[in-house]
Design a binder for this molecule. Sequence first.
Ligand code: DOR
Ligand code: ZN
Length: 426
Amino acid sequence: MQEYLFSGARILAPARAFDAVADLAVKDGVIVAPAELSSRAKKIDLKGKLIAPGFFDMHVHLREPGQTHKEDIASGTRAAAAGGFTGLLAMPNTDPPICSVEDFLQQQKLLAQKALIPVLQCVSLTQGREGKALNELMALRQAGVKALSDDGGTPQDEELMRRAMLAAKEAGLPIIDHCEDYSISRPGVMHEGAVSRRLGLPGQPRLAEERMVQRDIRLCRETGCRVHLQHLSSAGSVKMLRQARQEGLPISGEVMPHHLLFTDQDVEKYGVNAKMAPPLREESDRQALLEALCEGSISVLATDHAPHSQAEKALGMLKAPFGITGLEQAVALCLTLLYHSGKISLAELIKRFSCAPREILQMPQLSLEIGETAELTIIDLEQKHQLSLQNSCSKARNCPYEGMSCKGKPWAVFSQGRLLKTQELK
Ligand code: DOR
Ligand code: ZN
């Protein structure tokens, strides 16, 4: 294996409150003292760049098996590496969905063959993702599953969710929930408000999300199960999450770059590439999400990378599927919107992208110390660039970020003994 000496970078490891310019040596994929390197080590000058613990995206749709015309394991994990991630959690709403121990083990084999970076496979909470009957959570845990989710939807039945949380608590697994009450959200295709009325499109009120956030908090308190709320979009959800965390409940939440950047007004600009679940809401929601992320009430940044084909998205606002991509753009967008604007420190941003997801998924923290497997995200903090989909690694193009100006760019990731330069992945 190639040996590396990375010199001159700022190394920032929030897990041990380390922040200094230092050399970092890697041999056989492990961080070592520079003196241990042989004369064959490759010297890489990283002056002006940042080395951070590997970023982990805990909300990705890889579409394999079943919808590989949208994305597959190889293209999706390549897009993740190109975006600065060294690992991801894949949602189980594939076709067929990943529901059983057997599905999970089969998927592990596929991932071992095809994934460019390590993938954790999330498994559905209910059989067939139908929200009717619980899976065997203890058996899933024993097979190595780390998280459960019916993402794309959620069980609508509160009693079923209560039993799910009791079982997940017993199995020691977190439930990762997509909060949506279908009786309120359907058949909405965007946020319900002045813009949906002007466009004459059916809307989804905030209440559709907030009712389920409220339910999950209630059940989290009742059962003690660890709960993670996916893709929060409304100010009301944020307020409830903040209170629940202050109360000391084992609950966390995530936000996506699109909900931090856009509002329902952008639906007029981007059309189907601004159609996702939950929908873009109003400026007051966006501000509440920004505030909660910066203060830490929302502890995770993730993408909800949801690739769809151009033919499907061409069906228009009413019929196109929900979702946009974002793996390759999220880090650059967040550096620009959050760090360079002075809203958040670099250490806090790294916690949202690396430390918090690892904690929720009970993965070891990365402290960038000697003896640890090297899993690094290397960032050029100052590089100005425009986002382009032209050389995108993802198969999909349902992305609103084309042409946006950014400052800061993932330069490379180091994973499994290999240096993957983002530019060379495209
Ligand atoms: O926008 C979304 N797309 N939200 C989801 O919850 C599911 C996802 C998908 O799988 O396309
Ligand atoms: Zn979802």
